[in-house]
Design a protein around this ligand. Structure first.
Ligand code: PLP
Length: 399
């Protein structure tokens, strides 16, 4: 048999998805599992969103529509961008996608040629580097160090940029670090992005989940940036619509035209039903988002409190998103209570699952092997049992 396409080898399995499937399997087999791995809010989709989608089915609004998204969807996104982000877009610049992940894929596929370099701050969401490689590009990693509190510095962009550099991918609030960049930091990035003539893919999916007083701004609002920025966003996180697979991107005109063309030959368009739900989410009441943010904020403080009581653990209080990225490097080279030697983040997470039934994501899947990621999308009672299990696990390590 002839081999499959080489580009298939460039893309690894998503470790987060694999870990989540393993946790679900173990749970079905009857084991007690505490899953702090998955980045999926444990709340239901708001009722008015569900009702809007049901109404659309009952009205028979179930036919093909425009590949780049329904006009009413685009209008709702356009209004949102104007009202919440102070950005003016024409409907043609907005593309409805099957989730934000698909929007990231569309943006990379439209921008990146073979051997183009793409700057990706580390730690990163694994999809970015996987998709850059799949599209023939070369990820160039910008290490955000512990000394810099896992934050990117503008000098790193200017140092890494070469004539081959096409784009940078920014994610604020960030998965997995919880870093939210200030206006001043974004201004410093924008300056070097413009100087080096780069595109910027700005993944803003966690924009409504910020726990500090300072609101987030989109880098596209800064001078000369809108024409070189592709905003990526979606409904999975703020509106608890993970399974609906609906998101969008907003891009410069010509790029959006190209993406619409490709989408027309691939997925055609995301489900109409999900688009109707998303319109209701954008146009409807915002109280469910506020209530969820409040709940996440309480969880974040609770989980941080427990961590502060564990010796040898290093972490930064997240400013946004719903993750805690914890440095467990000081435990490498030690043995667990069951006698397993742990020397990296995969071994750490595997032993934690075997011995305590606790699911975390190894830092290596975000490009930093010294860390593990906790997701506080689980309920407070689950967190209150699960995190002390972690504490017990590390306190019993020897060596
Ligand atoms: N972008 C980031 C940074 C994420 O963490 C995730 C999901 O974990 C996504 C995008 C994917 O969102 P969606 O469910 O809309 O594809």
């Amino acid at each position: 048999m002839k081999p499959f396409a080489k580009r298939m080898d460039e893309i690894p399995f998503s470790m987060t998805v694999e870990i989540d499937s393993l946790a679900k399997r173990l749970s079905t087999d009857g084991r007690s599992i505490w899953n702090l791995g998955v980045g999926e809010p444990n709340f239901d989709t708001p009722v008015h969103v569900k009702e809007a989608a049901i109404r659309s089915i009952n009205k028979g609004l179930t036919r093909y529509t425009t590949p780049s998204g329904m006009q009413t969807f685009k209008e709702a996104v356009r209004e949102k961008l104007k009202k919440e982000n102070n950005l003016i877009y024409a409907p043609e610049q907005i593309i409805a996608t099957s989730g934000a992940k698909h929007a990231v894929f569309n943006a990379i596929a439209a921008l990146i040629d073979t051997d183009d370099e793409v700057l990706i701050p580390v730690p990163y969401w694994g999809t970015y580097s996987a998709l850059v490689k799949y599209c023939g590009g070369k990820p160039v990693f910008l290490e955000c160090t512990k000394e810099n509190k896992l934050r990117l510095k503008a000098e790193q962009i200017s140092k890494a940029a070469t004539p081959k550099t096409k784009a940078i991918i920014l994610n604020s609030p960030c998965n997995p670090t919880g870093v939210v960049y200030s206006k001043e930091e974004l201004e410093s990035f924008a300056k070097v992005i413009v100087e080096n003539d780069l595109y910027c893919i700005s993944d803003e999916i966690y924009e409504h989940l910020i726990y500090t007083k300072e609101p987030s701004i989109s880098i596209a609002t800064l001078p000369d940036m809108q024409e070189r920025t592709i905003i990526v966003n979606g409904f999975s996180k703020a509106y608890c619509m993970t399974g609906w697979r609906i998101g969008y991107l907003a891009a410069p005109n010509e790029l959006a035209k190209g993406i619409a063309k490709v989408q027309g030959q691939t997925t055609h368009h995301p489900s109409n039903i999900s688009q109707y739900g998303a319109i209701a989410a954008l146009n409807g009441p915002f109280d469910s988002v506020i209530a969820m943010r409040q709940e996440f904020s309480e969880r974040m403080h609770r989980i941080s409190e427990i961590f502060e009581s564990i010796p040898g653990i290093n972490f930064l209080k997240p400013e946004g998103a719903f993750y805690l990225f914890v440095d467990v490097g000081s435990y490498y080279g030690k043995k667990t209570e069951a006698g397993t030697l742990v020397s990296n983040s995969i071994e750490f997470c595997k032993s934690l699952l075997d011995e305590q039934g606790l699911v975390l994501v190894p830092g290596i899947s975000f490009g930093n092997d010294s860390y593990v990621r906790f997701s506080f999308t689980a309920s407070l009672p689950t967190i209150s049992v699960a995190v002390p299990k972690f504490k017990e696990f590390v306190e019993r390590m020897k060596g």
